[in-house]
Design a protein around this ligand. Sequence first.
Ligand code: HEC
Length: 152
Amino acid sequence: MKQKKYTIILGIVALFGLIQFIRPERNQQTNPSRYDIFHKTDTDGRLVALVQSACYDCHSNRTSYPWYASVAPVSWMISSHVKDGKKNLNFSEWILYPEDKKLHKLEEIIEVLEAGEMPPKPYQWLHQEAKLSVEQKNEVVAWANHLLEKRP
Ligand code: HEC
């Protein structure tokens, strides 16, 4: 009986070791993007830092990975969130978006912030620096509104 239990535990440990070899590609563009929404911007640096720390891990070409992001299967989950996040909105490629897409994305940004949907809750638990206070959230909404008004 005992023998069987050890075999199972050993199997789980071996499997955990094996899955570590499946490493998803990392989202880490090294050069700053020329197409970034804040490229050559006159936006207040504090606002830039706010959006970057709250949104850029999933909505840009550069994620900053915590140590546990190297451990499978967490690494797989993070990789899939980043892929989904970037597909919906990529601040690093903003300048390449057509005008109507920019408008639509700005409206969505305001929506998700007002509904408190972004950054996602589990992410906020792990990243206190990404938590937006009510004032900070209002600042980001005001910035998005300002960009909307600048459009024709
Ligand atoms: C932990 C990763 C993560 C972070 C951080 C994050 N997002 Fe997202 N976001 C996602 C994912 C994944 C999706 C696509 C799936 C979904 O709609 O839930 C998404 C979708 C969106 C969408 C499209 C929503 C829609 O209606 O389709 C917007 C807009 C958005 N995020 C804005 C933001 C903003 C603004 C921030 C920063 C304040 C932010 N996100 C931070 C992961 C993230």
